[in-house]
Design a protein around this ligand. Structure first.
Ligand SMILES: [Zn+2]
Length: 85
């Protein structure tokens, strides 16, 4: 997802990297380009955390789109009511 994520602190791009921890476990994370340039103090963000957050944001935006998709149905509903009355 590199190139699509930006730091909430400084607005610089977040770059995905991976490395190994002391326990030799491979892990992936994102870091802020601004932090590399000492413009920002955002620390490394675990890829898992970032992607969970992104998934939540996508989920939220899908939820927000629902009312728009419902609006044609909503305009039909009053007609149905008139017929029933
Ligand atoms: Zn930053």
């Amino acid at each position: 997802m590199t190139g699509k994520l930006f730091c909430g602190e400084c607005g610089e791009m977040l770059i995905g990297e991976s490395g190994t921890s002391k326990s030799k476990r491979l892990y992936s994370y994102y870091h802020c380009l601004g932090a590399r340039a000492h413009k920002c103090d955002t620390r490394r963000l675990l890829k898992e955390d970032v992607e969970n957050t992104v998934a939540l944001l996508i989920f939220d935006s899908l939820k927000e789109r629902k009312p728009l998709m419902k609006s044609p149905t909503a305009s039909i509903a009053p007609k149905g009511r008139t017929l029933r009355n």
